[in-house]
Write a protein that binds this ligand. Structure first.
Ligand code: ZN
Length: 115
């Protein structure tokens, strides 16, 4: 008897700073980026990222990691404006690939029994 397959897939994400016709106020520059794989954020060595834009971006990332309906705005919309109303920065979220995870390795909550 083999163990039940408890795997699931999430999108890997890249968030990149995009310039607009308005100047940026915060300490982010066009081309700055970070990635999200599973629960881990990765920043390139030596690059910082300001707190307030990060706080605005974070709530959207778990939804972007998951498969969404083709008609859902979460599927089609990929740019977030900086929360500073005087800042022209935008942040583009791109699904760059997928990673597969196992339920039993990411939570202690058991799966319900299969009928
Ligand atoms: Zn900004």
């Amino acid at each position: 008897m083999s163990a039940p397959d408890d795997s699931f897939t999430l999108y890997d994400l890249r968030v990149e700073v995009v310039a607009t016709d308005r100047p940026m106020v915060c300490n982010h520059r066009a081309g700055d980026w970070f990635e999200l794989v599973g629960e881990n954020l990765r920043f390139p060595p030596g690059q910082s990222f300001p707190l307030y834009p990060l706080a605005a971006i974070l709530p959207l990332l778990p939804a972007k990691q998951r498969v969404t309906h083709p008609n859902d705005w979460m599927t089609t919309d990929a740019e977030i404006a900086c929360p500073d109303p005087y800042c022209g920065g935008r942040f583009r979220i791109t699904r760059t690939g997928t990673s597969t995870w196992r339920h039993g390795e990411v939570t202690r909550v058991p799966l319900p029994p299969t009928p």
